[in-house]
Design a binder for this molecule. Structure first.
Ligand SMILES: [Zn+2]
Length: 288
């Protein structure tokens, strides 16, 4: 009997001990698990935040680099992006002007566009492009970007614009820039980018630009080979050189396109733009 009682006591002790161990483990786990979960959560959150910060830095870095590159290579396109949000006033036809522009200047800006469009219509047919046109008397309005002192033509996304600077407020420059827009409108951004060389874009714009410094003066006994201008396909190539060389590029481009138009007929120009848009190769449509 005493033995039986002794075994029962031993068994009870073992059970109590085992339960104590189990409770101890459960208790430890109950204390340790939330702590471990909190540590893991913190580690995941720190990693997540680090990755978010790195991704944001990459996006901001890439965006800034792209913007600065675009601003450097094609500032007129970037100005075009912001021109509508600039502190400018809109005339009834949508022309943008600086608020300080006088009434006579506003009337002049409208008259210049009217004359420029009439010139394009007379030479090639009615223009159909409707870019935003903005006139500036101050080239630093878009600081840190600056407006071209004469004129520029840009397109970004669905926005196309003509920016006329303080020295470009005459019909030659306005017609020149509007003609660039006509090519862009009729050929389309992608085909302009992939197919049309800069010498042709400039040569066509020069057909409605009568500034005398871009007229080829033929010296007796000498013949200029204006065909060499066809090698200048990029903006960088075309605008490379000193003032005299760049003026010669414009002059040669103007003459080369004028000679080509003499052969094919200038009233056919818009149709040729459509052919490039439809997929024909530039070299076929604008063969010498
Ligand atoms: Zn031009």
């Amino acid at each position: 009997m005493i033995k039986a009682i002794g075994r029962f006591v031993l068994l009870a002790k073992s059970v109590i001990h085992a339960r104590a161990i189990v409770f101890c483990i459960i208790g430890e786990a109950a204390i340790a698990l939330p702590h471990m979960l909190a540590l893991e959560k913190n580690r995941i959150m720190r990693t997540f935040k680090r990755k978010i910060r790195a991704a944001l830095a990459a996006v901001i870095g890439l965006g800034t680099t792209t913007f600065l590159y675009a601003a450097y290579t094609s500032p007129s396109d970037i100005v075009c992006l912001f021109v509508r949000s600039a502190a400018l006033e809109s005339l009834p036809d949508g022309t943008l002007v600086e608020p300080s522009s006088s009434e006579s200047e506003r009337a002049m800006f409208l008259e210049l566009q009217s004359q420029a469009k009439a010139r394009i219509e007379k030479i090639f047919g009615a223009p159909r492009a409707h870019p935003i046109v903005a006139f500036f008397r101050e080239s630093r309005t878009f600081w840190p970007l600056s407006v071209n002192n004469y004129g520029s033509s840009g397109a970004i996304g669905n926005t196309s614009c003509v920016i006329i600077g303080p020295k470009g407020q005459h019909v030659d420059v306005v017609a020149h820039e509007l003609m660039h827009q006509e090519l862009h409108e009729r050929i389309g951004s992608w085909r302009m980018f992939t197919e049309v060389p800069v010498w042709f874009d400039e040569g066509v714009a020069m057909q409605v630009d009568f500034r005398p410094q871009y007229t080829l003066l033929k010296k007796a006994g000498s013949a200029s080979n204006t065909g060499e201008i066809r090698a200048l396909k990029s903006v960088r190539q075309f605008n490379h050189g000193n003032d005299e060389e760049i003026t010669r590029h414009y002059t040669f481009a103007k003459t080369e396109v004028a000679q080509w138009l003499d052969n094919v007929g200038r009233y056919d120009l818009y149709k040729r733009f459509e052919r490039i848009r439809a997929g024909e190769k530039f070299d076929v449509v604008v063969a010498r």
